[in-house]
Design a protein around this ligand. Structure first.
Ligand code: KIV
Length: 258
């Protein structure tokens, strides 16, 4: 049983209950109302308005161009479709350069309908995470590969490959837990390191490209649906072919109206 006792009002409670029952927490991204409503009706535990929308929704090369106004808008439309799931929203790049800026922007996401807010980074962002949790913002951490830093890092690289990096990730995860985060996303982390982090924490870990030994898994909805055929990470299974079906439907319609 987790050592942390959450208040009844915590939005993370259902995730903790799943973890305590030994069930895997399910999570997907959503950026629009119908997708959010369908995922919620399918009983997904956690829906994230991820800033990955910059890529799979808006066609940008990476997530660094996503703005606060865009995140607020997408959070509002997704919130309309969510009745049961935990709804998280990302603080985009450059929206949390100081603790006060982080708080102001996190409040905008909460007012738009988010139940919790995620930002990227571990130990280096702890002051901001503490500031937000002290002000009552339920926080989700995100460590490992940080897409908002892709340009500085020169690509999407696996994290935790060296002992030093593995130790740094574990410290970051522990710092986030101590700072009051209710869950942590582990992105592109060596599976053995993700497992060690998961067993060392009382809060749930949600993995993406981090192996199976996390408390939950998250995927980008377009990858799951086969809706973004130009790129899909190798760990993401497509369970549908929305791209293929869209082209087929368009061609059938073109033919019908001739
Ligand atoms: O932006 C996003 O979609 C994310 C998930 C991949 C975890 O942060």
């Amino acid at each position: 049983m987790p050592a942390i006792t959450l208040p009844e009002s915590s939005p993370f409670l259902p995730l903790f209950e799943k973890m305590a029952a030994g069930e895997i927490i399910s999570s997907l991204t959503a950026y629009d109302y119908p997708t959010a409503r369908l995922l919620d009706e399918a009983n997904i535990d956690f829906i994230l308005v991820g800033d990955s929308l910059g890529m799979v929704f808006a066609g940008q090369d990476d997530t660094t161009g996503v703005t606060m106004d865009q995140m607020v808008y997408h959070t509002q439309v997704v919130a309309r479709g969510v009745k049961k799931a935990l709804l998280g929203a990302d603080l985009p790049y450059h929206s949390y350069q100081s603790a006060d800026e982080a708080l102001k922007n996190a409040r905008r996401l909460m007012e738009a309908g988010a139940h919790a807010v995620k930002l990227e980074g571990g130990t280096s962002q702890i002051d901001k995470v503490k500031h937000l949790t002290r002000h009552g913002i339920p926080m989700i951490g995100h460590i490992g590969m940080l897409p908002q830093r892709v340009r500085e890092e020169g690509g999407y690289k696996k994290k935790g490959k060296t002992q030093d990096d593995a130790d740094r990730l574990l410290r970051s995860a522990q710092d986030l837990e101590k700072a009051g985060a209710g869950a942590i996303v582990l992105e592109s982390v060596v599976p053995a390191v993700a497992e060690k982090i998961t067993t060392s924490l009382d809060i749930p870990t949600i993995g993406i490209g981090a192996g199976v030994d996390c408390d939950g898994q998250i995927r980008v909805i377009h990858d799951l649906l086969g809706a973004y055929p130009w790129f899909r990470p190798p760990f993401a299974t497509a369970y549908a072919d929305v791209a293929g079906d869209t082209v087929k439907a368009a061609r059938a319609y073109i033919k019908e109206i001739q």
